[in-house]
Write a protein that binds this ligand. Structure first.
Ligand SMILES: [Zn+2]
Length: 64
């Protein structure tokens, strides 16, 4: 058995976090931090004009 749980820290709030498949928000610790990051992404700072961007919010658990 391979427990590939890797210890990381949330890029947004730097809280200790674990990278595992059950964490749908990885590398973030929670949906809040992920949403904060998406919010920054959507702001003008990182926006790329003319590029279609899709955020997969719900399709992360499906691994068939
Ligand atoms: Zn966080």
């Amino acid at each position: 058995m391979n427990h590939s749980e890797q210890k990381i820290s949330c890029p947004m709030c730097h809280k200790p976090n674990t990278w595992n498949p059950e964490n749908a928000f990885r590398p973030f610790c929670s949906d809040r931090c992920k949403l904060i990051d998406l919010g920054e992404w959507a702001s003008e700072t990182r926006k790329i004009p003319g590029t279609h961007v899709e955020f997969d919010v719900d399709s992360d658990v499906d691994s068939d």
